[in-house]
Design a protein around this ligand. Structure first.
Ligand code: NAD
Length: 254
């Protein structure tokens, strides 16, 4: 049921062409926001339903400053402002111990998951400062809160997102720009499928371990994450900045 919880806000969602980002687009649109998806995928490759009737689409590579700057300036010029930025684009990186990771694999992971968050924040903040505030929501992970042996560099990248969030929250609080992070547990998407697609016994054991470690006993859905983002995007969370919203079925509670 829609109550206009983000009525009139202009929201940019990176990585919104599919998965968690697409569901965030649907929920924010249903609650009254004008949503613009910014994704590496070309618009013509994205199903028409992605984003649930979102207002706009820009092909953006979050690792490339020019691409980000041009898109954010264009979005602000087209829609008049940027009230909400959801830094959701992310890649899982290599499923390997640190000593086996190639430099180019490290560079790509940190370029998307860490530099991308910084670049989009940088170019959204320029507009938010001029308009008197905004809300930035950074997609970290439960893996940004705890360590783990399977994809160690992803933990490192998502941990960086957690602290970039807190530092930016402190930096921009006086300018009424709130910055919070969201930490999903295991959510059914293409990204999580890629982590369990590997037919090895280790991958099956990993998937089972994730489930066994989740007290509610099942994986989450993109919608579970989208409702957390909705709260942080809305003015209901006006006193909330620098926080980490964990949405994980209890994984990190035990
Ligand atoms: P997904 O792979 O389904 O979607 C990611 C989107 O990001 C894609 O549309 C892709 O095109 C886009 N993207 C990738 N690189 C990009 C770039 N350079 N520039 C612009 N867009 C780019 O992933 P998802 O599962 O929906 O994950 C979304 C976010 O949630 C990610 O940050 C991920 O790390 C995080 N997360 C996911 C889970 C999970 O279980 N699925 C758990 C915790 C955190």
């Amino acid at each position: 049921m829609a109550d206009g919880r983000v009525q009139g806000k202009v929201a940019v969602i990176t990585g919104g062409a599919r998965g968690i980002g697409a569901e965030i687009g649907k929920v924010l649109t249903a609650e009254g926001a004008t949503v613009v998806v910014a994704d590496l995928a070309p618009a013509d490759g994205v199903p028409a339903t992605a984003g649930g009737g979102t207002a706009g689409y820009r092909q953006v590579d979050v690792t490339d400053e020019k691409s980000v700057r041009v898109a954010f300036d264009d979005i602000a010029a087209t829609y008049g402002r940027i009230d909400v930025l959801v830094n959701n684009a992310g890649v899982p990186g290599p499923i390997k111990p640190s000593h086996e990771v190639e430099e180019k694999e490290y560079d790509l992971l940190f370029a998307v998951d860490v530099k991308g968050v910084w670049l989009c924040t940088k170019h959204a903040v320029r507009h938010m400062l001029g308009q008197g505030g905004g809300s930035i929501i950074n997609m970290s992970s439960i893996y940004g809160l705890v360590g783990g042996a399977r994809i160690p560099l992803y933990h490192a990248a998502k941990g960086a997102v957690r602290l970039m969030t807190k530092a930016d929250a402190a930096t921009y609080a006086k300018a009424s720009i709130r910055v919070n992070s969201v930490h999903p547990g295991s959510i059914e998407t293409e990204l999580s499928k890629s982590l369990s697609a590997d037919p090895s016994p280790e991958a099956a054991a990993y998937a089972q371990r994730m489930l066994d470690s989740t007290p509610v006993g099942h994986r989450g859905t993109p919608e579970d994450i989208a409702y957390g983002v909705l709260y942080l995007a809305s003015d209901e969370s006006r006193f909330v900045t620098g926080t980490e919203l964990v949405v994980d079925g209890g994984y990190t509670a035990v």
